[in-house]
Design a binder for this molecule. Structure first.
Ligand code: C2E
Ligand code: CA
Ligand code: CA
Length: 733
């Protein structure tokens, strides 16, 4: 951009008039009138020199003699008068007075005349012939010298002020262009005559594109005419306006700016320029955001830093306090990070931290906060994880996420972690308490070996440790054929024959108490083992059931297999169908049991799954019916064929009339919907009798058989016509 004309926006500099004045005087060569002798005195023709001497001190070198009636008479030099002090001046005048010089006579001509004259002084007259003074060689030279001196002084002053001016301009120009504020100057007609670099940066218009235009090209259309009316009125009345205004950039984007306009008036008071200074508010926002980021985020990993983490934790504490709810804090410390730093260098260490951060973030839920406290220490706020199993689940997701190797600089690095957990409000109610508790839980976990989760509370810690151990034991049982399937018959209440068999997972543990599937299935569900476990049960159960085909005569019992809603993953129906096909079992002999609550949650893909397996002939039974909140009518919309009344109703049915009514209602409604009904947990003949009277189709329970291994099931099935349900008999499993 060309050197701006800053004096357009500022008052004209002092140097300007000086420039003009000096230049004018230099052009004006000295004239007679400029060089008059200062030592002259006006005297009257009748006066004597002696009288003058007697008067107040004088330094006159020449006397201009006047006669009251005739005016100027002539000059008398002091040195002549001194010769005849008693004479009057009229007598001292030389007879032939030299002709007067015009005041505007050029000095060089004056000097010529003085040189040719036989006197030292010549009179000077104005255009009208009036006496203005006397001139001599000396006064001419003095005037010349004076002028010279004055000119030199002025020239020096001028140079000085020019130098200052130049400096001023340079500074102003620099300030003008370096200003982060946009500057636009228009003439009185609002035509842009000057913009700075910030203007161009902000608006996207180059100087060339806007010069001669009005600032109207920036109009966003967001303000009505009234807005601009007020602006103009303020400018005229008060000389300035400021406020927020929405303008439009060249690229069409609308942005807010803070604008300050000043009307610049000339000496006569009329407006000569408008100078506008504006700042892009967005830019300030950006800057604020940047500062905010610096203050609250870890620059390496982009995770919230300690400051933001404690802020958020304080918020979550306040929320939980209000809601009377709980949450957990995890403290994660990487194992072996120092080794990476030491062997591969800090930049490799940094890259590892960035990858770890990304995996951590992906491993937790969206509204859980992951932060980096510094070094290899990370923290997580688990907003909704109140009970310890949820914490264990979250921690195992983190362990899993960190489990696969990190590829850094061509190395596959394995990084473990120790995790400590504290819970609000049990382990602390302030930010500090919770952090300290999580930190010490982490140390406890580290102390017990790497890759562990520790709880602050001792009981929880024990339980969690146990749980973690259970998960890994279950995993190896699954991998090492340590699980079994047992079978429990379902008996037709009408004739006591075995109409179905349910496969139930078993985990026999040598030298230890058996763990019920009611315990290990949820653990499998939470730890993600359920996929493998579910498929294993399906394969094993189908294979075992298929091997029963040779047993006995009559109709083959239906094979029921439990199916967890957590097994629902894309492609699961294909896997199920394939397993059944490979086993050789007729799909029409198979039914999957899904709990009422699993069906009721409306899990994504559930309906699709039921439809697809239904097409192959596999039936669906609603397990644990009555424990959920669904009703039979809603089940009607699902492709299900059977309802299993939960054991709790069967159990209380004898003593509690209410429960009996519920059972009766379920049976009649199910029949109305064309669904078969199985009663679970039948332990007594009394229960069996009532159920038969209510029209229940089948019963399952210890009354007939406990879940038994395949070999025992064979024996049961080998009974004449599978008849194990004779009212007096109880077969123990
Ligand atoms: P469930 O599907 O309701 O299975 C019936 C449970 O009731 C079984 O417990 C069975 O042993 C028990 N039971 C049967 N008759 C009686 C009785 O007369 N009295 C009493 N008190 N209990 C009786 P189990 O085998 O401990 O299984 C517990 C739960 O674990 C099952 O409940 C089922 O939800 C789940 N489960 C078991 N195996 C599997 C499996 O392979 N996959 C899935 N997803 N879940 C399974
Ligand atoms: Ca079941
Ligand atoms: Ca059940």
């Amino acid at each position: 951009m060309a050197l701006p004309k800053p004096n357009l926006t500022i008052a004209p500099t002092a140097a300007e008039p000086g420039l003009a004045g000096a230049a004018g005087r230099r052009k004006h060569a000295l004239r007679a009138g400029d060089c008059l002798c200062r030592h002259w005195m006006r005297v009257d023709a009748e006066q004597r020199y002696a009288d003058v001497l007697a008067g107040p001190g004088h330094d006159a070198r020449v006397f201009a003699v006047f006669d009251g009636g005739r005016g100027y008479l002539g000059l008398v030099e002091a040195r002549d008068a001194a010769l005849f002090p008693g004479r009057i001046f009229a007598d001292l005048l030389v007879r032939r007075q030299p002709p007067a010089l015009a005041a505007d006579m050029a000095l060089h001509a004056v000097f010529e005349r003085l040189g040719g004259a036989d006197c030292d002084y010549l009179p000077v007259v104005d255009g009208a012939g009036g006496f203005v003074g006397a001139i001599s060689m000396l006064s001419g030279v003095t005037a010349l010298l004076d002028q010279e001196r004055q000119l030199r002084g002025e020239r020096e002053q001028l140079i000085e002020s020019l130098r200052a001016e130049l400096e001023n301009r340079r500074i102003t120009a620099a300030v003008f262009d370096a200003a982060s504020e946009g500057i636009v100057v228009t003439d009185a007609d609002s035509r842009i005559i000057l913009v700075n670099a910030a203007f161009t940066r902000t608006t996207g218009y180059s100087e060339g594109e806007v010069l001669g235009q009005t600032p109207g090209i920036l109009r966003s259309g967001r303000h009505g005419a009234e807005f601009y009316d007020v602006m103009w009125r303020d400018l005229w009345d008060q000389g300035h306006w400021k406020g927020e205004i929405w303008n439009r950039r060249k690229d069409g984007k609308v942005y807010p700016e803070w604008l300050h306009i000043n009307a610049v008036r000339d000496d006569a008071g009329s407006i000569s320029y408008y100078a506008g200074v504006f700042s892009d508010i967005m830019l300030h926002e950006d800057l604020r955001n940047k500062l905010h980021n610096l203050a609250y985020y870890d620059p390496l990993t982009d995770l919230p830093n300690r400051q933001l983490f404690t802020d958020r934790l304080a918020q979550v504490v306040a929320q939980a306090q209000r809601a009377g709810s709980g949450f957990s804090v995890l403290f994660i410390d990487l194992d072996g990070f120092k080794d990476v730093n030491d062997t591969l260098g800090h930049s490799a260490g940094d890259r590892l931290l960035v990858s770890v951060a990304a995996r951590l973030r992906a491993a937790v839920r969206q509204n859980d906060t992951v932060a980096r406290l510094g070094g290899d220490e990370f923290t997580v706020i688990l907003q909704e994880s109140v009970d310890e199993s949820a914490v264990v689940t979250a921690a195992s997701k983190i362990f899993d996420a960190l489990g696969s190797p990190f590829e850094i600089d061509g190395h596959d690095l394995f990084v473990g972690a120790s995790i400590g957990a504290s819970r609000y409000p049990d382990d602390g109610v302030t930010v500090e308490q919770l952090l300290i508790a999580a930190d010490s839980a982490m140390y406890r976990a580290k102390g017990e070996g790497k890759g562990r989760l520790g709880f602050y509370s001792a009981i929880l810690h024990q339980r969690a440790t146990h749980r973690v151990e259970t998960v890994s034991a279950l995993r190896s049982a699954l991998n090492q054929q340590g699980l079994r399937v047992h079978w429990q018959p379902q008996v037709n209440l009408a004739d006591g024959t075995i109409g179905g068999i349910e496969a139930l997972a078993r985990w026999p543990r040598p030298d230890e108490e058996p763990i019920s599937p009611a315990v290990f299935i949820p653990i499998a569900e939470q730890s993600g083992l359920i996929d493998a476990l579910g498929l294993w049960v399906l394969e094993t159960a189908c294979a075992e059931a298929a091997s029963l085909c040779d047993v006995g005569s009559g109709c083959f019992p239906r094979v029921a297999i439990n199916f967890s809603p957590l097994q629902l993953k894309p492609g699961i129906e294909r896997a199920v169908i394939d397993v059944v096909r490979v086993s050789g079992l007729d799909p029409a002999a198979l039914e999957l049991e899904l709990t009422e609550s699993a069906l009721a949650t409306g899990r994504e893909g559930m309906l699709e799954f039921l439809r697809k397996i239904g097409e192959t002939g596999i039936d669906v039974a609603v397990d644990d019916f009555g424990t959920g909140s669904s009703n039979l009518a809603t089940l009607k919309t699902l492709p299900v064929q059977k309802v299993k009344i939960d054991r709790s109703f069967v159990c209380d049915m004898v003593s509690t009339p209410n429960d009996r009514e519920i059972v009766a209602a379920i049976i009649s409604m199910a029949h109305a919907l064309n669904l078969k009904v199985v009663a679970e947990g039948v332990e007594t003949h009394e229960q069996a009798r009532i159920l038969r009277d209510l029209g229940c189709d089948m019963a399952q329970g210890y009354l007939y058989s406990r879940p038994v291994p395949l070999a025992d099931l064979r024996v049961l099935l080998a009974a004449p016509a599978h008849q194990i349900g004779a009212p007096t008999e109880l077969v123990a499993g």
